[in-house]
Design a protein around this ligand. Structure first.
Ligand code: FAD
Ligand code: GLY
Length: 385
């Protein structure tokens, strides 16, 4: 999808080289903007965007109270196939998009009641999901716990390999002429007469016509923000198990009670995730790993003898209403916000890239993101801590 530019090559600086900064930067560079992404870490894409499971779970993650977010999630999910194809063509690298669909399984009577209530809520929203008996679920996934009592099947909720996608974005960005500066923290904003004119990089300044803040869970910590976006870190611990790629135990993404399981094409089975309010703490804990392993083993007992491949954790950029902040910042002209993607930043990368690149280049606020501006928090009386 191309974006028309209204004036000659604007200089755009992006703060943060996660999937959100990289995807927006790629779109801007393709449209002819001069793009510089500054990433504090030695390598980009190592934070939430590496930690994620890569589920494109617009339907099965739809929860009561999050109805305003649903159209954005559904629209971005539908953009993923073209976005992935374009990214693979531009970078020459695979991104691991898989479209077998997602199953949510219930093991006990209690689980079935919860599943039924979520199913009715999600069906009421018009989502394309289907009730399966335990036998039908095991026909699709024979290694599920034999006691699997029922499942919901969501054919359109797939997955992408977020680590591959981030790696592909780095290459595509460079090929489109964008520059990624790793190991380069942005230390403040240059603001003149209420307008952003650049960013501070320690003792030097990079001039810019527009700046995009895409610093994930750290977004509100950037010095000099007139109104820091109210984003907080929400920790998630994860682990992965090595399946035989020639005989994987699962093909669909599966949500079991208290865990989700995401099978990659190379045989890696991702098991996630805890949801913890622990600030910027990044320790793995025995309790977290125990809970994940137990839940995964109950859902898919065949993992018992398989080797553990990796354990890690990441910080979701969470907002009070679990929706991202997309639009112009309050109190300073020329500063766009693309942060707070919480549990859905991989899913929402294509629509964020398109709408924020459009915003930066044309000033237009796409109606799909009109309800996600930072102003909604001021109206609710929410201030950053
Ligand atoms: P990040 O990837 O965290 O990137 C922000 C970057 O900004 C970092 O690299 C950081 O170093 C940099 N930065 C910060 N401050 C500065 C500064 N001052 N100067 C320069 N750079 C700076 N989403 C899904 O859609 N599907 C999933 O299945 C899924 N699973 C998840 C599982 C877990 C355990 C976690 C933690 C998250 C999951 N998410 C999932 C959410 C998703 O990972 C995030 O929403 C998304 O990665 C946010 O991307 P980002 O680029 O905003 O943040
Ligand atoms: N979306 C899955 C997670 O955030 O854990």
């Amino acid at each position: 999808m191309s974006i028309a530019m209204s004036s000659s090559q604007p200089r755009v600086v992006l703060i943060g080289g996660g999937i959100i900064g990289l995807a927006i930067g790629w779109r801007l560079a393709l449209a002819g903007a001069s793009v510089d992404i500054f990433e504090r870490d030695a390598a980009a894409g190592q934070r939430a965007s590496r930690a994620a499971a890569g589920m494109l779970a617009a339907a099965v993650e739809a929860e009561p109270g999050e109805q305003p977010l649903l159209p954005l999630c559904l629209a971005s999910r539908e953009m993923w196939p073209d976005f992935a194809a374009e990214l693979e063509a531009a970078s020459g690298l695979p991104v691991g998009l898989r479209r077998e669909g997602t199953m949510v399984v219930a093991l006990t009577r209690d689980d079935v009641e919860t599943l039924r209530s979520n199913y009715e809520f999600q069906r009421g929203l018009g989502l394309d999901i289907h009730w399966l008996t335990g036998a039908q679920a095991k026909e699709r996934e024979p290694f599920l716990n034999p006691r699997t009592a029922a499942a919901v099947y969501s054919p359109r909720d797939g997955q992408v390999d977020n680590r591959l996608a981030t790696a592909a974005l780095r290459v595509a960005l460079a090929k489109a002429g964008g520059r990624l500066h790793e190991g380069t923290p942005v230390t403040g904003l240059e603001i003149s007469a209420g307008r952003v004119t650049g960013v501070q990089l320690g003792d030097r300044v990079q001039a810019a016509d527009k700046v995009v803040l895409a610093a994930g869970a750290w977004s509100r910590l950037l010095p000099g923000l007139p109104v820091p976006p109210p984003v907080r870190p929400v920790k998630g611990q994860m682990l992965s198990i090595a399946m035989d790629p020639a005989a994987p135990l699962l093909n669909h993404v599966v949500w079991g009670p208290k865990c989700y399981l995401v099978p990659r094409a190379d045989g890696t089975l991702i098991v996630g995730a805890t949801t913890e309010e622990k600030g910027f703490d990044d320790q793995m804990t025995a309790g977290g790993v125990l809970a994940l392993l137990e839940a995964a083993w109950r859902t898919l007992p065949g993992i018992e003898e398989l080797p553990i491949r990796e354990m890690w954790n990441g910080l979701r950029p969470g907002c009070r209403d679990d929706a991202p902040i997309l639009g112009w910042a309050e109190g300073v002209e020329g500063l766009a916000l693309a942060t707070g993607h919480h549990r859905n930043g991989i899913l929402l990368a294509p629509i964020t890239a398109h709408t924020i690149a459009d915003l930066v280049l044309t000033g237009r606020v796409d109606e799909k993101i009109a309800g996600f501006g930072a102003g909604r928090f001021a109206r609710l009386g929410v201030v950053a801590a």
